[in-house]
Ligand binder design. Structure first.
Ligand SMILES: Cc1ncc(COP(=O)(O)O)c(C=O)c1O
Length: 393
């Protein structure tokens, strides 16, 4: 048999369905409510800070684990917001987006044969992240309508082989924000089983209805076993810049930094300077960001509900998970294809967030990080959609 093939590791997962949906949307000229990136301009002052850094010739490799200015800004921001002291010298690692941060973390702190607990539905990268690091993902369901987990089910997922648990709050795709009680339950199990918590908190500023985000690292006993991952992408509407970071105990940073070094050497140097500037923006910036997204969420919720989707109202992040039972399709993939080709609107089939596609047959995710004009056009097109369209046509 030929050895000129992809590796067995790469054969264990498919290409990203979310990114594929963006390509399909382009091909069919559809309104793209699939991949979570804003279609409006990034804040001008942040763009100016990046341009100024290039002009000042900050154009060579930064220190591998992040420019001192950015690491200082990250540590100061976390301390100011959450009251937890962070040493920028030993605890902060800057990577290329939270995507690389998660991968460097998994490769840097998890060994082949370890188990990693992942809540399901999950952001689709976590499965391949576990496989590439040689670990076995172990899934614990979050059940609608509130996307809560069964404490006994979670407890049963922990064992001597468990090395880490991945938590994403505010959550993509469900919009769930984990409560203090839930985080304390997770924290107790992590401490009981000596497990590392890896938390993806990139939507921490996108919250609705007075919901509060609690970083897991701030729960008692967790700072010394938690890797907190964040990124410029969503907070500052610059998903193409690829600047993210991990805050971790120094011992874990050693592993994360080594892997990061050999994966990418470093994140873009001038954009790190812009990130350091952005993290010092006044609180109004974050208030306005959340308020704008709240208006967009309410707008898309109303459109989708009018059209026949049953919506799970998100408390955070910028996605709406929906139930598509009313349209009478056999599964989420067929319906998504119909939606993009015939109606001209792209979403993401629910099965891309589940290990077992059967659990996602009636689910579809939309994002609303889009301009009013984009949402107007989506509304016009969705008006053509009829509940039970297929059954009656
Ligand atoms: C939960 C979650 N984590 C990570 C990412 C990727 O973020 P980044 O651009 O920082 O790599 C996304 C993007 O949609 C996401 O939703």
């Amino acid at each position: 048999m030929s050895k000129v093939t992809p590796s067995l590791k790469a054969a264990q997962f498919t290409e990203s369905v979310i990114r594929e949906m963006t390509r399909l949307a382009r091909r069919h000229n559809a309104v793209n409510l699939s991949q979570g990136f804003p279609d409006f301009p990034a804040p001008p002052e942040i763009k100016a800070a990046a341009a100024a850094a290039i002009d000042r010739d900050i154009n060579q490799y930064a220190i591998t684990w992040g420019s001192p200015r950015l690491r200082e800004a990250i540590a100061t921001d976390f301390h100011r917001r959450h009251g937890l002291a962070v040493d920028p010298e030993t605890q902060v690692t800057v990577c290329c987006g939270s995507t690389e941060t998660m991968m460097a973390t998994m490769l840097g702190v998890v060994d082949p044969g370890d188990e990693v607990i992942v809540f399901e539905p999950f952001y689709e990268n976590y499965g391949p992240d576990a496989i590439l690091s040689g670990a076995s993902p172990r899934f614990v369901p979050l059940r609608e309508p509130d996307w809560t987990f069964d404490p006994d089910e979670l407890a049963k997922a922990f064992n001597d082989n468990t090395r880490a648990i991945i938590i994403n709050t505010p959550n993509n795709p469900t919009g769930k924000v984990f409560s203090r009680e839930e985080l304390e339950r997770i924290a107790a199990l992590c401490q009981q089983w000596d497990v590392i918590a890896i938390t993806d908190e990139i939507y921490e500023h996108i919250l609705y209805d007075g919901t509060v985000h609690i970083p897991l690292a701030t729960i008692e006993g967790m700072a010394e076993r938690t890797v907190t991952i964040n990124s410029m992408s969503k907070i500052f509407s610059v998903t193409g810049w690829r600047v993210g970071w991990a805050i971790s105990p120094p011992a874990l940073a050693v592993g994360i930094r080594k892997v990061h070094d050999f994966l990418t050497v470093g994140a873009p140097a001038p954009l790190q300077e812009a990130a350091a500037f952005a993290l010092q923006l006044p609180e109004d910036y974050y208030r306005d960001l959340a308020a704008h997204y709240a208006a967009r969420r309410d707008r898309l919720l109303a459109v989708l509900e009018r059209t026949g989707f049953r919506c799970y109202r998100p408390s955070g992040a910028y996605y709406i998970m929906t139930d598509i039972s009313a349209f009478g399709f056999d599964n989420d993939v067929d319906f998504t294809r119909y939606l993009v080709q015939e109606i001209g609107v792209a979403g993401v089939p629910g099965s891309s967030f589940y290990r077992d596609p059967a659990r996602a047959r009636t689910k579809l995710r939309f994002c609303f990080c889009k301009r009013d004009e984009t949402l107007d056009e989506a509304e016009r097109r969705l008006a053509k959609l009829q509940p039970m369209a297929r059954a009656t046509s």
